[in-house]
Design a protein around this ligand. Structure first.
Ligand SMILES: C[S@@+](CC[C@H](N)C(=O)[O-])C[C@H]1O[C@@H](n2cnc3c(N)ncnc32)[C@H](O)[C@@H]1O
Length: 357
């Protein structure tokens, strides 16, 4: 499976990052360096995203029948979702966590919250958990997980969930959340161009460096060091739904490796980048419950904006000769262009291309 979470494979101690004369608090010395980095990078912000927590609480509340429902969680992390399930009356909860240090933390949190009698934390990748080893917990009735990256399938959520389903670890296919959709839209953003291309300085021509402009990778705005919502940008197209996924039915490989669609330009401008966001959702009595990384929704949710934010890919029209010139990316309102979507075999990587029709 494409994505292995932080702290599962690498056991390198955090303290090895520093020379001996640097001070490292004792609580951090033996912890996995990769895990400390990821907790500080996104776990704190993720756990404090109250809207995210509420989304899961409402789904679990709807599906858990007190003292009857058995729950399995893939990727328990701090244990927060498993503890929600226990607090809502789940009969039992099997909380699977691949990282040893994270699993230890989950056990401490669970003990402190007095849920140890209901929740069993297993330190293993979900793919290594066998139904026969946990007869009191499996098969479960509800599977809950939050393994979404800045890209919806970027942390192999579909692969891990479908592995559990294919091994009949669930009585009915109740997967929370059940659905997801990935979206893309085009933006004109001089700020993005200012950190991803050069012109000239006082007649000194520096444009050769533009040949190294990476228009092939989808990156997280956080890696560039900014939040999309912290810079002005103009939307050149409406959000385009590039795929939908039913986590209870779709299987890895459900997306074609390459596909194309036509996009109508809504506003004229210089097409700087493609922005990607997703929604995860569920219908309860015809009401839609959702959490999303749509910049409109993350604008007033600082934790989500910082933790997931959005992904962007710099634009270059495929086949364009003067590829480094921003003029070559100008689009006009009403113009129809072709968007090419490429997906890696494990669905972890996406790539987009634009073509003039
Ligand atoms: C995004 S965090 C979510 C943590 C927690 N469930 C929450 O909602 O706050 C995902 C966690 O899942 C773990 N993980 C991801 N895929 C896994 C898998 N297939 N098996 C076990 N653990 C996994 C990672 O180590 C990480 O701690």
């Amino acid at each position: 499976i494409g994505h292995t979470p932080a702290g599962v494979l690498s056991k390198k101690c955090f303290s090895r990052k520093f020379e001996k004369h640097f001070y490292v608090p004792p609580r951090l010395r033996d912890a996995s360096g990769e895990l400390v980095d990821s907790v500080n990078d996104w776990h704190f912000a993720m756990i404090n995203d109250e809207n995210r927590n509420e989304f899961y609480f409402q789904l679990l509340q709807h599906y858990i029948i007190p003292e009857k429902t058995k729950v399995i969680e893939i990727g328990a992390g701090s244990g927060i979702l498993s503890m929600m399930a226990a607090s809502l009356g789940a009969k039992s909860v099997l909380a699977i966590e691949g990282s040893l240090d994270m699993a230890r933390l989950a056990r401490i949190n669970i003990q402190k919250s007095n849920f140890a009698y209901k929740i069993k934390v297993v330190n293993a990748m979900s793919t290594d958990v066998q139904i026969k080893d946990y007869p009191d917990f499996l098969p479960a009735d509800v599977l809950v997980s939050e393994m979404f990256g800045t890209l919806l399938l970027g942390e192999s959520a579909l692969d891990y969930i479908s592995d559990i389903l294919s091994r009949r670890m669930l009585t009915q296919n109740v997967v929370l959340p059940r659905f997801g959709a990935q979206y893309a839209f085009l933006i004109d953003c001089p700020h993005v161009e200012s950190i991803s291309s050069v012109h000239s300085y006082r007649g000194i021509d520096l444009s050769a460096i533009n040949d190294l402009r990476d228009t092939a990778s989808v990156v997280f705005t956080k890696q560039y060091g900014f939040r999309l919502n912290s810079v002005p940008f103009k939307m050149l197209s409406k959000p385009i739904r590039i795929f939908e996924v039913d986590f209870a039915k779709d299987r890895p490989g459900f997306l074609p490796l390459i596909s194309t669609r036509e996009v109508v330009i809504q506003e004229s401008g210089s097409c700087s980048a493609i922005v990607l966001f997703w929604s995860a959702y569920e219908y309860i009595e015809e009401k839609r419950f959702q959490m999303s990384t749509n910049p409109e929704e993350t604008l007033h949710n600082f934790c989500r904006d910082m933790q997931w934010g959005q992904a962007i890919q710099l634009v270059e029209f495929e086949g364009a000769i003067a590829s480094s010139s921003s003029l070559s990316s100008h689009v006009n309102a009403g113009e129809i262009i072709e968007m090419v979507q490429r997906v890696s075999h494990d669905s972890v990587l996406l790539q987009f291309g634009l073509r003039r029709l």
